[in-house]
Structure formats: structure tokens, C-alpha cells
Design a binder for this molecule. Structure first.
Ligand SMILES: Nc1ncnc2c1ncn2[C@@H]1O[C@H](COP(=O)(O)OP(=O)(O)OP(=O)(O)O)[C@@H](O)[C@H]1O
Length: 251
């Protein structure tokens, strides 16, 4: 299996705090990794490390492959402030084609038809001329997902994609992700262990350290052994989490 990104013995954090201690992870083609862990455990810091938004304090983050421009697509956590962006849905999706090298060129006809294909795939083509602020949470999430995948990245990273999303769209979103997983690896941060165990293939438990669990089935005692205190409550077959309200206070 082809490797896409490797974190090797990395420590990472901020000037006042080391958040991740000596973590290692290899992300390969076809992977679908769920990232779980308690609030403040370092899930978003792990994502920033992989995106090279923060440098490792120790160890390294290695990108594999000849063309590293379209390596990673990223769906950040959607927050309400995104509503004030004065751009259209179509522009949001197209902006996913502005890599560091191509940011100054104009979009070509083929870029525009690609954007339309993606908008159709996301079921929001009819909304393409609307301003992003006019959309519902679920529709906005689709627009940002379209932006993340328009360049056909080898790895798609999603941070809490089910925030602000209704049940109907949540189901559609996971169907879409399973479909995308046929052609790109996926890493998804989620608080919802029910979702994780239903859709992902493997689980990374992050709480200052990282324990990689090579299955999508995880028990309470395994979580305890991984120092990953998340409660599982069984609803039928699928374990489901109950956690306090999620507060996101980092930038
Ligand atoms: N920009 C920053 N500057 C300084 N400290 C930060 C910054 N971002 C996060 N932290 C700190 O790093 C720690 C880990 O935060 P991180 O956001 O990675 O956790 P998380 O697991 O994603 O949490 P949550 O589930 O709440 O999103 C926290 O103690 C947080 O306060």
C-alpha cells in the first residue's frame, strides 16, 4: 500500500505547551482513519501538524509522492463566522484550486466545469450563485467539502464534519465520504464514536499520546488502556458517545 504522509516520533504544540508527545502515524492509500479523544487532547493539533501549519518540535512529518501540491484536502471545522465571507458558493468551491503556485492565474473553462461537477456531486449546484452566508449549516458544509476535494487530493482531512449538520445530511455526508474513500484516503476527527465505528476503518486515539487501533470496533476497556477517556453507551449494536458540549476556542 502506498504511503501518503508519515508522522515519525513527533512532538508538537505551542510556545507555552507541548501538546503531542512522541506520536507516530503512517497514512496510506485507502485508509479511513477516525481520530477520537477528549477535549484538549490534541486532535486539532495533530491535524495542524499533518498540514504543516505548525512545525514539529521533535521528529518529522514526511510527505510522499512526486507531486505534493494536491496532497491534502482539508475541511476545517465550520464555524458561524464563516457566514460573513462575501463570496458565492461557486467561488468557494473554485478556491480549492488555488494552490500556492497557481493562486494568481485565472480560472480556466475546465476549472469552471470541474467546479460545476463538484457542485452537482454535492447537491448544491442550484445554490451556486448564492452568497455562502445564505446557506444552511449542512449546505455550507457541502460547499466547503467541495472546496476540499476539487483538486482531487490523495488525503482528505475533516475536522468534526458533523457540527451544525442535521441527521439527513449527516447520513448523506458519510455515504459521500465512503464513495470518495474509493479514490482518496480520509482522516476524520469526530467526537461521535458511534459515527466512527460505523464508517471508518481504523481509529487513532489522541490524548497527548497517539494509540493507533487497527479496527473500527473499540471497547470501553481498550479506550481506557489507550488513556482515551470517552464514554460509550450502547444503542443497539452501535456504541454511541455522550460528551459535554463541544467548545472550540483555538484559532
Ligand atoms: N493556537 C494555540 N495556541 C496555544 N495553545 C493552543 C492553541 N491551540 C490549541 N492550544 C492548546 O492545545 C491543547 C490541545 O488543543 P487541540 O485543539 O489540539 O485539542 P482537541 O483535541 O482538538 O480539542 P477539542 O476536542 O476541544 O477540539 C489545548 O490545551 C489547547 O488549549
Amino acid at each position: 500500500m502506498q504511503e501518503i504522509v508519515e508522522i515519525r516520533n513527533a512532538s508538537a504544540g505551542y510556545s507555552n505547551e507541548v501538546v503531542l508527545h512522541n506520536v507516530s502515524l503512517s497514512i496510506q492509500e485507502k485508509d479511513y482513519i477516525g481520530v477520537i479523544g477528549p477535549n484538549g487532547g490534541g486532535k486539532t493539533t495533530l491535524v495542524k501538524l499533518i498540514l504543516r501549519l505548525i512545525p514539529p518540535m521533535q521528529g518529522e512529518v514526511i510527505y510522499y509522492g512526486a507531486d505534493q501540491r494536491n496532497l491534502i484536502g482539508y475541511l476545517p471545522q465550520v464555524s458561524k463566522t464563516d457566514r460573513s465571507f462575501p463570496i458565492s458558493v461557486n467561488e468557494v468551491v473554485l478556491s480549492g484550486l488555488m494552490s500556492a503556485n497557481s493562486g494568481l492565474r485565472r480560472f480556466t473553462r475546465s476549472d469552471k466545469s470541474r467546479a460545476l461537477e463538484i457542485l452537482e456531486m454535492m447537491g448544491i449546484a442550484h445554490l451556486r450563485k448564492k452568497s455562502i452566508g445564505e446557506l444552511s449549516g449542512g449546505q455550507m458544509q457541502r460547499a466547503f467539502l467541495g472546496r476540499a476535494i476539487i483538486s482531487e487530493p490523495r488525503l482528505l482531512i475533516l475536522d468534526e464534519p458533523n457540527t451544525f449538520v442535521d441527521n439527513k445530511f449527516e447520513h448523506d455526508l458519510y455515504e459521500l465520504l465512503s464513495h470518495l474513500n474509493e479514490r482518496m484516503a480520509i482522516m476524520m476527527v469526530s467526537h461521535d464514536v458511534g459515527t466512527i465505528t460505523t464508517y471508518v476503518k481504523t481509529i487513532a486515539c489522541v490524548n497527548r499520546n497517539l494509540h493507533y487501533h487497527r479496527s473500527n470496533i473499540i471497547t470501553q476497556s481498550q479506550l481506557a488502556a489507550y488513556n482515551c477517556p470517552i464514554q460509550l453507551i450502547t444503542h443497539g449494536e452501535v456504541p454511541h458517545t455522550v460528551l459535554g458540549k463541544h467548545h472550540h476556542n483555538h484559532d
